[in-house]
Design a protein around this ligand. Structure first.
Ligand SMILES: [Zn+2]
Length: 418
């Protein structure tokens, strides 16, 4: 044990601290689930039991997953795994950037294999038991393979570039940050065009009142829509969703088929007005900038850490190298980025309220969106009143009850479809 090595202490206490912080948030959150005695009728009682059962199962699975992953990290670390891995990747004889990519690729592959049983349990155990899962084993496997291919094709070149900068350039942190920013912008452009169609099937929404209502709303809001598509979300899950994608003049609205089948037209239009609100208020851009700012902090810390031999000593690695440094920094800074995320999540929750208000103005009533939110949250067995600590730590969306209150406080709600 290197208890006099500050990196060692920081990494160990940080990992243990983050684990316990998340554990506390989980338990606090579970303690706020409604009790069965708060139900009046037998039906309500059954509904509450389902809600409590689902939230408890998801939380428990998450705790088991993070306990095992922390245990494996500590075991690997204290058994000299990082030193061994470093020596093994160096034996490839590749240069610093190549060795760094090999290291990240091996760790990434091992991580996804280890995560697989948990992913299987989430999908075919929990989601299936509560009637959400629609994914077949074939779709599940195909999704995982595609995910791995994508991270290899997109992620590894970025890793190569970042490690190469840190191996050769004095201003590496700046260059690395600029290339990650460029990759992020490129990805947001590529995602709706190349990546999403690889996972989801987009089909034009049928001519009819729903399509007319969506296009009329988009025209009223001066939001140039080139395409309204329905996406086959039902192939994976019964949970409903909507999103829109695309920059510039080519905006593409996509609605999950599960949303179309479960909600009346006015609610779907309200949900889309909310999405357009995100765009009109530039929320997407602001969140992206916040992410880039956070990345700048991490790269500056990486710059400092890579010059510190004791960082490597703390993990039992004999020689300094930018690739291994990058991996060690990811372990060390994970608790820190969780704290930085708290700010970004708060911003995101504020944007949700703004987009809700935008949708209420755009559709002339708060009740359509309120109806959609109530139904979505009910159908997805969302926690009705998550603990404020859990909200701050994890949630990008405010609790539905708060969103409904904010919508109601915008003046007399339209009672026509109560
Ligand atoms: Zn939103």
């Amino acid at each position: 044990m290197n208890v006099d090595n500050p990196w060692f202490l920081f990494a160990l206490l940080g990992s243990l601290g983050l684990f316990h912080l998340e554990l506390a948030a989980d338990f606090l959150n579970l303690s706020r689930l409604p009790g069965a005695d708060s139900a009046g009728t037998q039906d309500q009682k059954q509904e509450i039991e389902r809600l409590v059962g689902y939230n408890t199962a998801v939380t428990k699975a998450g705790i088991v997953r993070s306990s095992i992953s922390l245990g494996l990290l500590l075991a690997f670390w204290f058994c000299g795994g990082f030193g061994w891995l470093d020596a093994w990747t160096r034996s490839s004889g590749w240069d610093a950037a190549g060795t760094g990519v090999l290291l990240v690729a091996v760790l990434g592959a091992v991580q996804s294999v280890l995560a697989l049983p948990f992913d299987v349990w989430d999908t075919f155990g929990i989601e299936a038991r509560f009637g959400f899962n629609r994914s077949t084993p074939a779709t599940f496997i195909a999704d995982h393979v595609k995910g791995l291919v994508l991270s290899a094709v997109i992620g590894l070149p970025v890793v190569w570039l970042v490690v190469w900068f840190f191996a050769t350039q004095p201003l590496a942190a700046l260059y690395a940050w600029l290339s990650v920013v460029a990759a992020g912008v490129l990805m947001s452009w590529l995602a709706p065009r190349l990546i999403m169609p690889w996972f989801l099937k987009f089909e034009p929404l049928r001519e009819g009142p729903l399509r007319d209502a969506i296009l009329a709303m988009a025209r009223r809001l001066e939001f140039p829509v080139s395409e309204v598509s329905v996406v086959d979300g039902s192939r994976r899950s019964s949970k409903a969703n909507a999103f829109f994608a695309g920059f510039g003049r080519n905006k593409r609205i996509a609605i999950f088929d599960t949303l179309v089948s479960a909600h009346p037209a006015d609610e779907i239009v309200a949900v889309l007005a909310h999405e357009i609100g995100h765009f009109k208020r530039r929320h997407v851009v602001w969140l992206m900038l916040a992410g880039f700012a956070q990345m700048a902090v991490i790269f500056v810390l990486l710059h400092v850490a890579l010059r510190s031999p004791s960082l490597f000593v703390a993990f039992g690695v004999r020689e300094m190298s930018p690739g291994m440094g990058l991996v060690l920094c990811m372990i060390i800074f994970r608790p820190l980025s969780t704290l930085l995320d708290v700010g970004q999540l708060a911003l995101s929750r504020r944007f949700e309220f703004e987009a809700d208000a935008f949708a209420a103005d755009a559709t002339g009533t708060a009740s359509s969106l309120a109806g959609a939110l109530k139904k979505l949250s009910h159908d997805q067995l969302s926690h009705p009143s998550p603990h404020p600590f859990y909200v701050r730590l994890h949630l990008s969306h405010p609790p539905v009850a708060e969103r409904l209150r904010a919508l109601e406080s915008r003046g007399a709600p339209d009672e026509t479809r109560a």
